[in-house]
Structures are given as structure tokens and as C-alpha cells.
Design a protein around this ligand. Structure first.
Ligand code: PLP
Length: 420
């Protein structure tokens, strides 16, 4: 049992979650790096995996492995059931309308490429506009550039202010009859900004423009309900939510997915193949060619079980607490500047130290066992906005604690001493 509940007469309220016990479920955190206890603050790049998830993947490899969707034998059926159980879990986790709307991919990048390539090739033409924002990860820029070049469509960019917030007046002005797609990050990986996606979707809806949300950094940290959002496409990656690498999800509204041509051809995605003509499988398989990473899919199912057990609301609350603690602590460090200061932020702190290159600082932190990200975070336009080469980024997860943040603070002081 992860948390204790207080019974009051009207409702069960979780009162106390044992976060230390939760942290202990992540074996990777219990080690020394460069002779110091590991402080892992690179969760935005990839989160760590609890033992229950790695055990589940291990059990599949030891006892259940077989190819899926094609075998009549029992082991294949068992593997198929385990893999398809994840689809049901994803559906419930994000509140998709049906299993057909849950497409398995290799991750957010693959999911966005699928939509850009399949939807874009069919629907974009010369002069059409694709609206992205200045704070996109490259995964939500480059696929659109590729399809724009192919179709003659053009990319338009919603600018942001110095706090790292989208300029919503500019967004509304940019929407026009030429806009054929709005593709925006839900939570910025480089700045932590939580974007006003409800307003974006509502405005696009009025003009019948589809919206894709890059949810790589939102799904792991808060409750997402795609039907409540009324979003058309939503993408995320398993490895950022306590699951394995090589697996992810594209949610799409059924009517849109049904209209889209296949993205890749091969086994599983077909109904009937002849040399004269091939017909496609039904959703969701139409977009799932070839043997997928089966164990990773089963691992995502276990990760969703794990997160659901703790409760996404509890995770969001704990991470908000850690963000507030870290922001307060880091704001007091002389010569430290936080990049991305929106009031509405997820648990990411990008920062710079006066006169010290982020890579140099990151190296000294690593020597102290502190893992932060340094560089442009695959968001070069964000760095261009601020006229900087990159930042250091501490991205927090619910299994971090105040001690991790204190260690980061001490580490930063050492960096400053080192560089005089
Ligand atoms: N979008 C955002 C906001 C991200 O943070 C990332 C990864 O850092 C991606 C997309 C790409 O995710 P993946 O590499 O898992 O495809």
C-alpha cells in the first residue's frame, strides 16, 4: 500500500504518501556515481524505472515471449493479450474514446512524424499554414518542416515573451483560413511552461483546425484527459513516465485517423495483399506495421499501473511542492538566473550561472554525482530567443526529494568556487 487513507464520512482522502518508500522502489537511485550518492535530476530526458516495471519486462522475456497478433499457439496468444492490455490501460489513463484511437509508436518523435507525414501529405497544399510555437522541441518542428517542403505549406510560429509564455494575442492573430494544423507543446521541456492548451484548442476548434499536442512532458506529471481537452492528436513517450525506451503513443480522434493513409507499410497493417492491390487493416493496426517492441509495450502497461497506483493528482501535487522548494532555493543563489519563469510551470528549472558555460558547470556537477542536463535541450529556437547557447536543466520527478535539491544547491556553490 503506497498511501494511507483517512476515512471521513463523505470521501476517502489520501492524507499521507510515503514518498521515501516510493523512492526506494527505484533501484537505480541507490548507487554512487563518481564516488558520490547519485542525485538524478534529468527526468525530463528520461525518467527512471521502478522495480515493478523492470520485473514485468523481465517476466515477459523469461516466460511469455512470442510474436503477437499472428500466432494461433498459446504463447503467442498470451503475449498478444499482455501487449493489448496496455492499449486498454492507455485508453483509460488518458480517457481516449476507444481502443482504435490508441496507436502504438516508438515514441513522441515517431508519433508526430506519423501525423505530419500521413495527415500532412493528404491534407496540406501550397500556401497552407502549419502553426507551431517558439518553444517547441525539435520533434515538433522538423517533421512539419519536412512535410511543408514536400507540399508547399509554410510554418508559422507563435512567439513567446521573456518569461517563456506564449503570446496568445499573436496566436489568435496568426490563426486564419490558411491554417491547416496547430501543433503545440503541452509542457515545454526546456522551460517548464504549461501552455494554455484549452484556449488554443477552443480557438482552433472554432475554425475547424486540428490540434496536435506534444504531451511528452505533460502525461508523466499530471492527469491528462484527451476527451475533456477535445484535442485531435496527442503524443507521448513511455521512457519519460517510468517505462522503457522505444515505445510511445499517438492518440488521434477516430474520424481523423480513419481518413489518414498508412504511414509505413508491412506486416500487421494490411487486410489483404496482392500484387495488384493491397487493402489496410482496421484501426489501430493500420498504423502499426511490423513486429513492435513487445516487451516495451508491456512495460508501458506496468508503468501506467504504477503511476495510477500512486495517483496522478498526488504526483502533480508532490512535484509542485518540489518545484516550489527548488525555485525558492535557487533564486537565493548569487549569479544564478532561472530561464523560464512562467507562473504556470511543471517541475523543470532551466538556469544559467554568470560567466560559466553550462557544459562546464554540468561536468563539475557530474563529478559530484549530480545528473542535470546541459545544452539546448533539443529546443534551439528557445535558446536563440534568449541569445544563449544553452542552459543547465534540473527536471524533477515525484521520487526526488528535498535532499536532492539541497545537494544541487551545494553543487552549484562548488561550481562557482571552481570557476572563481
Ligand atoms: N517533445 C518533448 C517536449 C520532449 O521533451 C521530447 C523529449 O525530450 C520529445 C518531444 C521527444 O521525445 P522522444 O525522444 O521520446 O521521441
Amino acid at each position: 500500500m503506497i498511501y494511507s487513507k483517512m476515512n471521513n464520512t463523505t470521501t476517502d482522502i489520501p492524507t499521507k504518501i510515503d514518498w521515501a518508500a516510493i523512492r526506494a522502489q527505484f533501484p537505480v537511485l541507490d548507487q554512487e556515481i563518481n564516488g558520490k550518492k547519485l542525485v538524478y535530476l534529468d527526468n525530463g530526458a528520461s525518467s527512471q524505472m521502478p522495480k515493478s516495471v523492470s520485473d514485468r519486462i523481465d517476466a515477459y522475456h523469461k516466460h511469455e515471449h512470442a510474436n503477437i497478433h499472428r500466432g494461433i499457439h498459446s504463447l503467442s496468444q498470451q503475449a498478444t493479450d499482455a501487449y493489448e492490455a496496455t492499449r486498454e490501460k492507455v485508453k483509460n489513463f488518458i480517457n481516449a474514446g476507444s481502443l482504435e484511437e490508441v496507436i502504438f509508436t516508438t515514441g513522441t518523435t515517431d508519433s508526430i512524424n506519423l501525423v505530419a507525414s500521413s495527415y500532412g501529405r493528404k491534407n496540406f497544399k501550397e500556401g497552407d499554414e502549419i502553426l507551431v510555437s517558439e518553444m517547441e522541441h525539435h520533434a515538433n518542428i522538423v517533421p512539419w518542416q519536412i512535410i511543408a517542403e514536400e507540399t508547399g505549406a509554410v510554418l508559422k510560429v507563435i512567439p513567446m515573451n521573456e518569461a517563456g509564455e506564449l503570446l496568445m494575442d499573436e496566436f489568435h492573430n496568426l490563426l486564419s483560413d490558411r491554417t491547416k494544423m496547430v501543433a503545440v507543446v503541452h509542457v515545454s521541456n526546456a522551460l517548464g511552461t504549461v501552455n494554455p492548451v484549452e484556449e488554443i484548442i477552443e480557438a482552433a476548434r472554432e475554425r475547424n483546425i486540428p490540434v496536435l499536442l506534444d504531451g511528452a512532458q505533460s502525461v508523466p506529471h499530471s492527469k491528462v484527459d484527451v476527451q475533456a481537452l477535445d484535442v485531435d492528436f496527442f503524443t507521448f513517450s513511455a521512457h519519460k513516465m517510468c517505462g522503457p525506451t522505444g515505445f510511445g503513443v499517438l492518440y488521434g480522434k477516430k474520424n481523423l485517423l480513419e481518413d489518414m493513409p498508412p504511414y509505413r507499410g508491412g506486416g500487421d497493417m494490411i487486410d489483404k495483399v496482392t500484387f495488384a492491390k493491397t487493402t489496410w487493416n482496421d484501426l489501430p493496426h493500420k498504423f502499426e506495421a511490423g513486429t513492435p517492441p513487445i516487451s516495451a509495450g508491456i512495460g508501458l502497461g506496468a508503468a501506467i499501473d504504477y503511476l495510477t497506483d500512486i495517483g496522478m493528482e498526488n504526483i502533480a501535487e508532490r512535484e509542485a511542492e518540489l518545484l516550489a522548494y527548488a525555485t525558492e532555493k535557487m533564486s537565493r543563489i548569487d549569479g544564478l538566473r532561472i530561464v523560464g519563469t512562467s507562473d504556470n510551470k511543471a517541475s523543470v528549472i532551466s538556469f544559467l550561472l554568470d560567466g560559466i558555460h553550462p557544459t562546464d558547470a554540468g561536468t563539475i556537477l557530474d563529478q559530484q554525482g549530480i545528473a542535470v542536463r546541459t545544452g539546448h535541450h533539443c529546443a534551439q529556437p528557445v535558446m536563440d530567443h534568449y541569445g544563449i547557447p544553452g542552459t543547465m536543466r534540473a527536471s524533477l520527478s515525484f521520487y526526488n526529494n528535498e535532499e536532492d535539491i539541497d545537494r544541487l544547491g551545494e553543487g552549484i556553490e562548488l561550481v562557482k568556487e571552481f570557476f572563481g
